[in-house]
Design a protein around this ligand. Structure first.
Ligand SMILES: [Zn+2]
Ligand SMILES: [Zn+2]
Length: 148
């Protein structure tokens, strides 16, 4: 389960196992010398972000209402729970299997376009169920046709 200010998202693996992610842990300043899944995830997110930017993805920071610096806005959008959950799924779900994520709120516009981009650059099928409908992401587009 991913908890953040915008609600929570759950990653399903093999349709049954529910993987838990705690955003508090992700923000932890890790000084331990043992291998940590969070360090791996951080590195994975950074790399994914870079690939998305190269693919032409631009954050729609206007969806964030807080009055903060541009960079901070981008960080907050990047860490929406559904987006973290999808990224975690891409990292952990074996290649060739769809990534299934359940989100308790309606997916925001920025995460929606970010996930389309993630599906495109990774070649993965991503199925996101929000509180309104299913989104089936494949090859840079979504089954909802951007109307949801
Ligand atoms: Zn979002
Ligand atoms: Zn959609």
């Amino acid at each position: 389960m991913v908890l953040s200010s915008d609600g929570e998202a759950v990653v399903l693996i093999d349709g049954e196992d529910v993987l838990s992610i705690d955003v508090e842990d992700l923000d932890r300043d890790s000084e331990q010398d043992t291998f940590s899944v969070w360090d791996e995830f951080h590195a994975f997110m950074e790399d994914l972000d870079l690939r998305m930017k190269r693919a032409g993805y631009v954050s729609k920071t206007n969806v964030v209402l807080h009055d903060v610096e541009e960079e901070e806005k981008e960080r907050m959008v990047r860490y929406h729970s559904e987006r973290l959950a999808v990224a975690y799924g891409i990292m952990r779900v074996p290649q060739g299997k769809p990534i299934r994520v359940i989100k308790n709120l309606r997916v925001c516009e920025d995460c929606h376009s970010a996930i389309k981009c993630m599906a495109k650059i990774t070649g993965r099928v991503i199925i996101l169920r929000d509180n309104n409908r299913f989104h089936h992401f494949k090859d840079g587009s979504c089954s909802c046709g951007d109307y949801w």
